[in-house]
Design a protein around this ligand. Structure first.
Ligand SMILES: Nc1nc2c(ncn2[C@@H]2O[C@H](COP(=O)(O)OP(=O)(O)OP(=O)(O)O)[C@@H](O)[C@H]2O)c(=O)[nH]1
Ligand SMILES: [Mg+2]
Length: 407
């Protein structure tokens, strides 16, 4: 079973770089050919509309040369320019080249399971090009999984276009992918800052933390492997099957904590402390499904604690009562998502707490849309009113569906 990763734009590539650096150390990943091909090359297509970041992140790592795609110029933090591509200044064939590289990468797989995209919600390339790619990939590979790992911009506002870009991307991903893992840059920054104290925090610190979260779920576990066999690399797809069974409710958020001295129960308390549990009126959010991965379970003793941890986790994540199995536990002996002698708990959750962010994006972009703010930037590059209206409708429906599902 093999997965192809597609990292898009500055954010997607920088996060991807940190992710590969982390997972390439895992013995099982190297033994199986699910993420890394037999010739040692990553199963990855890296694409950006400008070459600078890609030049840096591919240095010294086994990315396949023909799967590295760069364009002529950036997409100016504009979803429409990313989606429709360059028109006036000459096309750079970014889309065709990327699709061809993905096709070839898929053909190299022994047994292709699906694609995982990594990209930002607000960059022009990550959001617009990422959206276009997701639509085409869904169309071309309808029988395979499509997952997107997206990174939400800082709420304080980096660009006036970020709400529109996020809205349009979220709506496209809702229509095309099977699962969206959403990471808030603000949350990661907050946690990293807390750990670093006075030390300055850079994107590379954030990306290490994100890589750790993602690999906490994606790296091989003993739970999904037959005894004495290699890993099949099914963790991303088994997560999807387990916690996103309903096609309209597919947003996943990951929380993690690691330490070398804490008990599993304390680790769970720490993880629970990082999640959004209540809305602004004090009403609890609920989760539809959760995967809890314990890594660093060197003695295999985690099983003994599961009985006590399950009710605690169910309480913290306020699991819906209509799902009889709202928590799956997986374990792995090494803790390869973090430092060697530590243990980690990573929880991937499909929860209605996503509504806080979705409603915020809806509200912010609606206010701007009704005032006609910045829209000429979108009309200029081929987007129209209908694209926005469809996106408002799609995301409103997701919010309503989450509310109904947890009632
Ligand atoms: N976590 C994380 N976020 C990043 C990183 N680089 C940029 N971002 C976020 O990504 C958003 C900007 O998107 P970029 O990926 O830089 O843009 P792009 O996809 O290259 O698109 P254009 O440059 O507009 O063509 C902002 O919200 C940034 O906070 C990174 O290395 N890590
Ligand atoms: Mg860029």
């Amino acid at each position: 079973m093999s997965t192809v990763f597609v990292q898009i734009g500055q954010c997607g590539n920088q996060v991807g770089h940190a992710f590969w650096k982390r997972i390439m150390k895992d013995e099982e990943v190297n033994k199986s050919s699910s993420f890394i091909a037999k010739d040692g090359k990553f199963r990855a297509v890296v694409v950006d509309s400008e070459p600078k970041v890609i030049r840096k992140i591919t240095k010294g790592l086994p990315f396949r040369e023909e799967s590295v795609i760069t364009g002529k110029r950036g997409r100016g933090t504009n979803w429409a320019l990313g989606y429709h591509g360059l028109k006036r200044t000459g096309d750079d064939h970014l889309l065709e080249d990327t699709l061809e590289a993905i096709r070839k990468e898929i053909e190299r797989c022994d047994c292709f399971s699906g694609i995982i995209m990594l990209h930002s919600l607000s960059g022009g390339t990550g959001s617009g090009f990422g959206s276009r790619l997701a639509e085409i990939l869904r169309d071309r590979y309808p029988m395979h999984h499509l997952m997107s790992c997206v990174f939400a911009p800082h709420a304080s506002g980096e660009s006036p276009l970020q709400h529109y870009n996020s809205l349009l991307t979220l709506a496209t991903l809702q229509r095309t992918t099977d699962c969206v893992i959403l990471t808030h840059n603000d949350d990661v920054l907050h946690r990293v800052q807390k750990k670093k104290g006075q030390e300055a925090v850079s994107y590379s610190h954030l990306n290490e933390a994100i890589a750790s979260h993602l690999s906490g779920i994606f790296l091989p576990t003993e739970s999904l492997r037959a005894k004495s066999a290699f890993s099949l690399g099914m963790e991303p797809w088994e997560m999807l099957r387990s916690i996103c069974p309903m096609p309209n409710l597919k947003f996943v958020q990951i929380a993690q904590y690691m330490n070398s001295k804490m008990s599993w129960s304390d680790l769970l308390s720490k993880v629970s402390a990082t999640i959004r549990r209540y809305d602004s009126s004090g009403n609890p959010y609920s989760s539809l499904g959760n995967i809890c991965v314990a890594r660093g379970d060197t003695t295999g003793g985690f099983q003994l604690h599961m009985g006590a941890l399950e009710p605690k986790l169910k309480r913290a994540y306020n699991c819906v009562d209509w799902n009889p199995f709202p928590v799956d536990f997986w374990t792995a002996k090494p803790n390869n998502c973090g430092s060697k002698n530590s243990a980690s708990l990573t929880v991937a959750s499909n929860s209605s707490s996503i509504n806080e962010y979705l409603e915020n994006v809806l509200e912010r972009s609606k206010v701007m849309f009704e005032a006609g703010a910045y829209l000429h930037w979108y009309w200029r590059h081929g987007a129209d009113k209908e694209t926005f209206e469809d996106a408002f409708e799609t995301i409103q429906l997701v919010v309503d569906d989450y509310k109904t599902a947890v009632k």
